[in-house]
Design a protein around this ligand. Structure first.
Ligand code: ZN
Ligand code: ZN
Length: 287
């Protein structure tokens, strides 16, 4: 039996369901704003240079409340054609085995909440049945923002339509997709969507409050702890530069509040931590 770290936030249990870990991008590729002078100013991280590989994880979060079971994002999925990236193309990852080892069958998932609809966040939405993609979580309501859906109707999405066609359309056609307004707000008691656009047009962070504590799921507002220290660094994947910076600052302010634990989408190690602020710089600490 595999050992999973289970985080408890009030009455809820949160478990990471890992798909893969990769080191294909350097600091300067992932963060075009990175300079060696800025990296040297990071106390305790002098070994990090512009040429260092950034280790990143792709995973989902399983959230079990006393009332329901949720997934936050669904990683990249297996057997999907992704000619634009070998990281996602025709995978055979153990993500589903990991979910089941964590004690939950797909039919027991009540909600799939999406921070956004990028390729590495929607893949396990569907699985192959014969030659058709069908919803993996047959009893779940899948949720995303209106702006994320609208993006797939724009010309900018042309190169990613295969992601929409195999991972989102089958869910919508099955009547299992709920699209929420771009201003976010409360979705279920204690569960809120917070607009954090910029990385993608309708990106949402998600907070879940229980027993006077808060779990904050930041999605792709940041990809590694370097973006906590250097909160104005966008990643190469951020679509709207100014909005992405603004959203990151707002999220870090929110993350600094007492009782808040941050669950990231791409940090490695535990992928979980706390944010503090001192002398105008934010600091990340893994827990
Ligand atoms: Zn993304
Ligand atoms: Zn991502």
């Amino acid at each position: 039996m595999k050992n999973f770290t289970v985080y408890r936030v009030g009455d809820i249990r949160i478990t990471k369901i890992t798909e893969q870990i990769f080191r294909t991008l350097t600091v300067s590729q992932l963060y075009p704003d990175a300079t060696s002078a800025l990296l040297k100013s990071l106390t305790g991280a002098t070994e990090v240079t512009q040429d260092s590989a950034v280790e990143m994880s792709i995973h989902s979060w399983l959230v079990e409340t006393p009332h329901c079971r949720l997934l936050i994002d669904t990683a990249s999925g297996n057997l999907k054609d992704r000619p634009f990236s070998s990281l996602f193309h025709q995978l055979h990852s153990p993500w589903m085995e990991n979910l089941i080892l964590a004690g939950v069958r797909p039919s027991e998932i009540d909600y799939v909440l999406h921070t956004h609809l990028h390729v590495d966040h929607v893949g396990w939405n569907t699985v192959l049945s014969g030659d058709h993609w069908v919803p993996t979580f047959v009893n779940a309501t899948y949720v995303c923002s209106n702006a994320e859906m609208a993006f797939y109707e724009s010309p900018a999405a042309a190169s990613r339509m295969m992601v929409f066609d195999d991972s989102i359309l089958p869910v919508r056609d099955a009547g299992q997709l709920e699209v929420i307004a771009n201003q976010g707000g409360q979705f279920l008691p204690g569960i809120k969507f917070h607009p954090t656009p910029g990385h993608s047009p309708g990106h949402m962070s998600i907070s879940i409050e229980s027993g006077n504590e808060i779990a904050l799921f930041c999605g792709d507002v940041m990809h590694s702890p370097l973006q906590v220290a250097f909160s104005d660094w966008n990643s190469m994947f951020c679509g709207q530069q100014l909005a992405a910076r603004k959203s990151r600052k707002r999220l870090l302010e929110q993350a600094c509040l007492d009782r808040t634990t941050v669950f990231t989408s791409h940090f490695t190690e535990s992928s979980v931590g706390r944010v503090t602020e001192a002398q105008g710089r934010y600091n990340w600490e893994f827990i």
